[in-house]
Design a protein around this ligand. Structure first.
Ligand code: TYD
Ligand code: MG
Length: 466
């Protein structure tokens, strides 16, 4: 039974009942009832960030309230946020358990504390002792900074907001949103109703007191934020940390940003003193090889405005299963399946009786279409067991007919490749290809051409004097 102040509201039709049921009696949908606080007076629908009040001409909208940004002291994070934390904003930081959310949050807390502000750090997952031990690992204890970070082991959202109103911090950190709960609801912490109500309460606080709030949120195996998807609509910024937990590299992305672009990525390395910014992100995801390896192709991808050189790795091996395995990590599996089909039909690379494994080095995941060509070349290289000529990069989208399409920002990608010592680039004919100093362009029209350019027939290669 719900508390006096709460009802179970169907997310599909809006019907409300007193007791939780698996199926909504009104519309018949399953698992749509979410515990929700009911108030005598409905929650005001306007907030200070939205402005409220009378309509104003767009040209004068928001005049006078300059956007106040507070740098976090972590350059890569500020880059992703679009220049720092905006006063009154709510940021959700998602990531798998153990990826480094709490570490980053503590480093952010220290960064903000360095500017002289108080930081309130509410921990629901760890004890204050654990937080202090982590801080000392990070070298953050002692001195004024550590004093300016106020840690409290608290999971009641009401008490957290009361504390924040009293302390008036420059930043409120809540680790994690799945551990906080409102006294007004019956459901356990982490339930859809609790997570949403807690987030709403923290948003009210953020907007009313102009305090930026960062919430840590766990991400489930399938990559979605545990708890309601609606959380992503409520908050102002959704960040995610990803990476290979066993490797050191971490990528920070914005899935949503009301105050900036969602294009920029931040690159970090997890070391024994926490997350460090990577000095040269463009090369961070390249694997080191003694000698060129079959199945490895380097691709100059663009993450926002930042070119990254990533290594696509493929392994094909004769299968011993009735239906061959296709395993992709960091790469869209549908794209892999499509490329296998195109390779077979349009380029004479039959993989129908081979298991195929493909991944990106460094635990990166990339969704841009330009990764098609390097992936296809990596598959061909692995099947033939021959490496590409050292110093080669490839980029381009592959169509169903085996034709190639150009990618945006080719110039920027190739300049970065040249800077990192690459000398040859296999690129689609489509699109403008101005010469890039230091890079020999191999312009190809089809996937079959690209394979011939990447893996020249040994005899032909010799005749060509290579
Ligand atoms: P944590 O921030 O606790 O992850 P999350 O909050 O996302 O669950 O980080 C967990 C991992 O990071 C842990 O396995 C240990 C590692 N780590 C380091 O390698 N170096 C460090 O300095 C710290 C603090 C953690
Ligand atoms: Mg944590």
């Amino acid at each position: 039974m719900a508390r006096a102040q709460s009802r179970y509201v169907c997310q599909s039709c809006g019907a409300s009942v007193v007791r939780w049921e698996g199926q909504c009696r009104t519309c018949g949908e399953w698992n749509t009832l979410v515990e929700t606080v009911v108030r005598d007076a409905p929650r005001p629908r306007t907030n200070s960030a939205a402005g409220g009040g009378a309509p104003v001409p767009l040209s004068h909208a928001g005049e006078g309230d300059a956007e106040v940004r507070r740098p976090t002291g972590i350059g890569e994070l500020d880059r992703v946020l679009g220049g720092g934390l905006v006063a009154g904003s709510v940021v959700l930081l998602g990531g798998e358990p153990g990826i480094g959310k709490s570490t980053l949050l503590l480093q952010v807390a220290a960064g903000v504390a360095t500017t002289g502000a108080i930081v309130l750090y509410a921990t629901g997952e760890e004890s204050t002792t654990q937080v202090r031990l982590r801080a000392s690992r990070l070298g953050l204890t002692g001195g004024a900074v550590a004093d300016a970070i106020r840690v409290v082991a608290e999971t009641g959202v009401g008490r957290i907001t009361d504390l924040a109103r009293a302390e008036r911090p420059g930043l409120l950190v809540v680790d994690s949103v799945q551990t906080v709960a409102s006294e007004e609801l019956d459901g356990p912490p982490g339930s859809v109703g609790q997570v949403r109500e807690s987030t709403l309460r923290l948003m009210e606080l953020a907007k009313a007191e102009d305090v930026p709030v960062i919430l840590a949120g766990h991400v489930t195996k399938d990559g979605t934020l545990a708890g309601p998807k609606t959380l992503e609509h409520l908050v102002d910024v959704v960040l995610s940390i990803e990476g290979d937990r066993t490797g050191g590299l971490r990528l920070l992305r914005a899935a949503k940003n009301r105050y900036g672009s969602t294009e920029e990525v931040g690159v970090f390395e997890m070391g024994d003193r926490g997350l460090a910014e990577v000095a040269d992100p463009a090369r961070a995801f390249l694997a080191d090889h003694e000698s060129p390896a079959p199945g490895s192709v380097v691709a100059p991808v663009l993450e926002g405005s930042r070119p990254l050189l990533v290594e696509v790795q493929a392994l094909v091996a004769p299968t011993s299963f009735p239906s061959p395995r296709r395993t992709a990590s960091g790469i869209d599996p549908n794209r892999l399946a499509l490329l296998i089909a195109v390779l077979g039909r349009r380029a004479g690379i039959g993989l129908g009786s081979h298991d195929v494994y493909a991944n990106l080095a460094g635990g990166l995941s990339v969704s841009e279409p330009g990764l098609d060509l390097p992936l296809a070349l990596a598959l061909a290289s692995s099947l033939r067991d021959r490496p590409l000529v050292p110093g080669t990069v490839a980029i381009g989208e592959v169509g169903l007919l085996g034709e190639l399409r150009g990618v945006g920002g080719l110039d920027r990608r190739l300049r970065e490749a040249a800077r990192l010592g690459f000398t040859r680039a296999i690129v689609p004919r489509a699109g403008r290809t101005a010469p890039v100093p230091g890079i020999e362009l191999m312009v190809v029209a089809s996937l079959a051409d690209a394979i011939r350019a990447a893996l020249p027939d040994p005899v032909e290669g010799r005749r060509g004097g290579a």
